[in-house]
Design a protein around this ligand. Structure first.
Ligand code: MN
Length: 323
């Protein structure tokens, strides 16, 4: 989807050193603009943390009654320097992009779009959708690959039964399952549904930092309770994550992981770049209809104009030092 803030701040995002304790990032509500009233809950980026591995953006939305909210209708908009990962719990979204892909995003199926040098796409919930519920995640591309050609990958992972839980591994490896989807940096992405009272010990890569995004349930990460929509973060250096469902109803989380990214980014609106000047260029090119992004075919309407750039410019900097 598009970042729909009217005046999105320009953020300089650095990677973080390892932290021993669980860091809890609370979501902030971001209303989708325009005639539709859907609101998303954003946990990445934040001031205290910009990234988990290369995961640089996390929006969680729904369950949303589309007869009330109108659902999702995001007109063609651009991206650079990133991949978008769409993962639904319910509902259906029609995707069109300037690679020529026309695809349906369905629950339990990963759609991973590589923007690379530049792409544009539209996303519209289908007329059959009654409840829209899912996550939209962005992955920053490393400097060596951020001008990669447009790409689109689809993958429907098998549901894997664990003790007290079911896992769907859509990126990377977990619990003996490995996704075939190609990434530019080592990553993990999985949905986990935990039965009431479940206590999981997950073996993970000690080189990775991890995040647990709670969709629903009384979830604890390494003993730290996480509220609805919160993102619990765990630094590198551990080979085990302890996930528990302390409630009496099933819980559902999205587990993210990756090696600390190690590069500074400038994120603004739907662009990931490395400098203010570059972001301004991307914006100008989108406004001018440049071939960098191409034309989305089949969307019934105009495209999203870029918001105005913020006043001034930011100098590159990293995240604050972490304990
Ligand atoms: Mn988008």
């Amino acid at each position: 989807m598009s970042n729909v803030e009217t005046h999105p701040p320009e953020l300089v995002c650095g990677s973080t050193a390892g932290a021993a304790a669980v860091e809890v990032l609370e979501p902030r509500d971001v209303p989708l603009g325009g005639p539709r009233a859907m609101t998303v809950r954003r946990t990445l980026p934040q001031r205290s943390r910009s990234l988990i591995g290369a995961w640089c953006f996390a929006d969680h939305y729904g369950p949303d009654d589309v007869s009330v909210s109108g659902g999702m209708d995001v007109a063609p908009h651009p991206h650079t320097g990133l991949q978008t990962a769409s993962w639904l719990f319910s509902g259906e979204i029609e995707h069109r992009d300037t690679l020529g892909v026309h695809a349906l995003v369905r629950p339990g199926e990963l759609n991973l779009m590589t923007a690379g040098h530049g792409i544009a796409h539209s996303e519209v919930s289908t007329p059959d959708t009654t409840v829209l519920h899912g996550v939209q995640l962005w992955i920053a591309l490393p400097d060596a690959d951020r001008d990669a050609p447009r790409d689109f990958q689809h993958y429907a992972p098998d549901a894997v039964a664990l003790e007290g839980a079911t896992a769907r591994v859509f990126l990377g490896s977990l619990a003996g399952e490995t996704s075939p989807v190609r990434t530019f940096t080592p990553l993990l992405g999985a949905e986990l549904v935990l039965e009431p009272g479940a206590r999981l010990v997950l073996e993970v890569d000690a080189a990775f930092e991890h995040g647990v995004l709670v969709d629903v349930g009384a979830v604890e990460l390494d003993g730290t309770p996480l509220g609805r929509g919160a993102l619990g973060c765990s630094g590198p250096g551990t080979t085990e994550l302890r996930l528990a469902n302390a409630g009496e109803a099933p819980a559902r989380v999205v587990l993210l992981g990756g090696e600390p990214f190690g590069e500074d980014l400038v994120m603004w609106w739907n662009f990931v770049g490395r400098s203010h000047e570059e972001i301004a260029l991307f914006r100008d090119q989108w406004q001018a209809g440049s071939d960098r992004f191409g034309q989305v075919e089949g969307y019934p309407g105009g495209r999203l104009p870029a918001p105005p750039l913020p006043m001034g410019r930011l100098r590159p900097r990293g995240n604050p030092p972490r304990p």
